[in-house]
Design a protein around this ligand. Structure first.
Ligand SMILES: CC(C)(COP(=O)(O)OP(=O)(O)OC[C@H]1O[C@@H](n2cnc3c(N)ncnc32)[C@H](O)[C@@H]1OP(=O)(O)O)[C@@H](O)C(=O)NCCC(=O)NCCS
Length: 173
């Protein structure tokens, strides 16, 4: 069983539900999802770490998400198809997410990103940092759709660092 608390604010577009995740069962379901991901997807989520690093990455979920940390999963039934987290890192809050390949392009990343940014706003930890590889078009597009970029991104040859807040609603109206 995945421990949960529904947090999705909009109706799920693909029949996946975004829930809070914590505990050993949630961790096992996330590791299973990471094992179904392609090397490319894992590379982008972990900036080069291998599949073997999945266990380590998920360890905080297994041990009950330390204070302040937020882990959300997108589930289809009891199968986890996406995972996002909001994590304190060296004095700033970092947001990261991954959606398994066969579920990409169906709005799951959109749901996770919006839910995580809403959590960050509720917790008063804005702006949050997101780090991605320079060629990661999907993330750039997701950020453009779901977030406000509140500082100019910093680009190196290895990564791009974004500082984000939730998208202002109704800014075009
Ligand atoms: C980046 C990532 C999380 C995006 O997840 P996703 O579920 O594919 O994202 P979405 O489905 O919300 O959006 C992807 C596309 O589907 C489209 N889409 C299709 N159906 C949609 C729906 N119902 N709702 C919203 N968007 C939808 C979006 O418009 C978007 O198109 P675009 O890329 O041309 O802008 C995913 O590609 C991934 O896991 N990548 C590898 C890991 C990674 O890069 N992580 C980020 C660094 S931490």
């Amino acid at each position: 069983m995945v421990h949960e608390q529904a947090v999705a604010r909009d109706a799920p577009a693909v029949g996946a539900l975004v829930r809070h995740a914590a505990g050993p069962d949630a961790a096992a379901a996330i590791v299973d999802m990471l094992r179904r991901c392609s090397v490319d997807t894992l590379f982008h989520r972990m900036l080069g770490l291998s599949r073997d690093a999945a266990d380590q990455l998920v360890a905080p979920v297994r041990h009950g998400s330390p204070a302040g940390r937020v882990d959300l999963v997108a589930q289809r039934g009891c199968v986890v198809v996406g995972w996002g987290c909001l994590v304190p890192e060296n004095g700033v809050w970092e947001v990261a997410l991954v959606v398994e390949d066969s579920w990409q392009g169906r709005g799951v990343g959109d749901q996770l990103a919006r839910a995580l940014l809403a959590r960050a706003a509720d917790s008063g930890v804005l702006p949050v940092r997101a780090v991605t590889a320079p060629g990661n078009r999907r993330v750039a597009s997701l950020i453009g759709r779901c977030a406000e970029i509140v500082r100019p991104p910093t680009t190196t040859s290895d990564d791009i660092e974004y500082w984000l807040a939730p998208q202002e609603r109704g800014r075009d109206t």
